[in-house]
Design a protein around this ligand. Structure first.
Ligand code: BTN
Length: 264
């Protein structure tokens, strides 16, 4: 591998045809002291998703992980995940696909109807809850008062057939009706990321860019959190990424979990 992707982006790019996981390679680089490098692979053989899930990543996607060393406290680190979601939506829209963010950081197409509570897998297959185009996995190492490194992994189902993907997933190829220029897509994503990441000391700017692209706010949702499920209306997102839910009996803030948009 070399730095040969030839992107006009504010990051050096290390390109690989195949890697187990770009996040794992980025973590190695981070441990060696690298900064402002993006690792890109055509294929991942051991892609990782949120909550220890597997991430299916065949040849044709945009599998990318950024190494950054921002001078921020660890509590602000989740803001970079929001920045990545905003950047990903913008790159999808430039490619002609009307994507939006579902809390916490899934990039979806469609799903305006929501699902009946409890329909689970069947609704995922019919796409009623929205079809997943991209996901983000941020990892970091930090001390008490500052982040030492951050790896922001973005996986976009780009030039892929949905049959090669999980049931609730779609691809840019399927949604745009043709293949996208992955180099240009990655360049747009990295440019947007760099420009908004500069606002990390002004979380409101990041939150407002996120709100503008999110489909979760104002909807009825059910979030499965590590400590149980919360149902209600999603009313806001707060720094560094908590979802504020009005349950009808009070307000709950959830920091992590899986969110389902319910039918109103
Ligand atoms: C999710 O669960 O939605 C997050 C998926 C993140 C996948 C990307 S692909 C590039 C990077 N390398 C990985 O192993 N995972 C992330």
């Amino acid at each position: 591998a070399g730095i040969e992707f030839g992107l006009d982006a504010p990051y050096a790019v290390e390109y690989h045809e195949s890697l187990p996981s770009t996040n794992d390679r980025a973590r190695e680089l981070a441990a060696e002291g690298a900064a402002d490098v993006a690792v890109v692979a055509d294929e991942q053989t051991g892609g990782r998703g949120r909550l220890d899930r597997e991430w299916v990543a065949p040849s044709g996607g945009v599998w990318l992980s950024l190494v950054a060393r921002p001078t921020v406290p660890p509590a602000r680190a989740p803001l970079f995940t929001l920045v990545a979601a905003v950047a990903t939506v913008d790159a999808c829209r430039e490619a002609g696909v009307d994507a939006h963010i579902k809390w916490p950081n899934d990039v979806l197409v469609g799903g305006d109807e929501g699902t009946e509570s409890g329909t689970g897998d069947a609704s995922a297959r019919s796409g009623r809850g929205g079809r997943k185009l991209a996901g983000i996995l941020t990892e970091m190492e930090g001390e008490a008062d500052r982040v030492s490194w951050l790896v922001v992994g973005v996986g976009v189902n780009a030039n892929l057939d949905p049959e090669a993907l999980p049931a609730d997933a779609t691809s840019l190829r399927a949604e745009a009706g043709g293949d996208v220029d992955r180099r240009r897509f990655a360049a747009t994503l990295l440019e947007r990321f760099a420009s908004l990441a500069g606002a990390v000391d002004e979380p409101d700017r990041i939150l407002s860019a996120w709100r503008d692209r999110a489909s979760t706010l104002g909807r009825r949702v059910r979030v499965e959190t590590p400590t149980g499920s919360v149902t209600g209306t999603a009313v806001d997102v707060e720094s560094p990424g908590a979802l504020v839910i009005d349950t009808g009996e009070g307000t709950r803030r959830v920091h992590a979990g899986d969110c389902e948009h319910l039918r109103d």
